[in-house]
Design a binder for this molecule. Structure first.
Ligand SMILES: [Zn+2]
Length: 163
């Protein structure tokens, strides 16, 4: 099997909200997971980066995220809350605009509640890299791209982040 095409900046689907996965759709999860996993692996082979992918990035308008790191996890219908008031400022990247970096602020920690691929409930307390990564991915499910969170006109760079 081959990965799917990744939608790029400018595609209107990236600006749309995705739909919650219904109980009767749980049987689709293993197919969706392999599509997301293979697409992410192809991207990683090409660019040497990519830790997670959101379903709308392959045109699948469902609230599903595939996380390759720290361990492969399918995240269904995620909800983020309990955002810390202290933030981190970082150069963010995205598979939908792979050569562009955007300086954004994310909460240092937050709480993730989701359904697993087995249909069970899970709660993770997120810190650091995982916190900023999931904030990026859940934004995708709401049609929000990192460029919309840019901190200002000097918050864009090509390729490697400036010092
Ligand atoms: Zn992204």
């Amino acid at each position: 099997m081959a990965g799917k095409e990744i939608l790029l900046l400018g595609n209107p689907l990236l600006r749309k909200s995705s739909l919650a996965v219904q109980e009767e759709e749980l049987t689709n999860l293993s197919l969706w997971e392999s599509d997301l996993k293979e697409t992410l692996e192809e991207f990683r082979n090409l660019y040497g980066k990519g830790r997670a992918i959101a379903a709308p990035q392959i045109g699948l308008m469902k609230r599903v995220i595939y996380l390759a790191w720290p361990e492969p996890t399918l995240i269904v219908n995620p909800l983020l809350d309990r955002f810390s008031s202290d933030g981190v400022i970082l150069w963010d990247d995205c598979m939908s605009f792979p050569r562009l970096l955007v300086k954004v602020r994310r909460a240092r920690s937050c709480r993730l509640t989701f359904t697993t691929r087995e249909g069970e409930g899970a709660v993770w307390n997120l810190e650091g890299d995982l916190s900023e990564l999931l904030q990026h991915e859940v934004d995708h499910l709401n049609g929000i791209l990192a460029i919309e969170r840019a901190l200002g006109r000097t918050s864009f760079a090509w390729g490697t982040p400036p010092d």
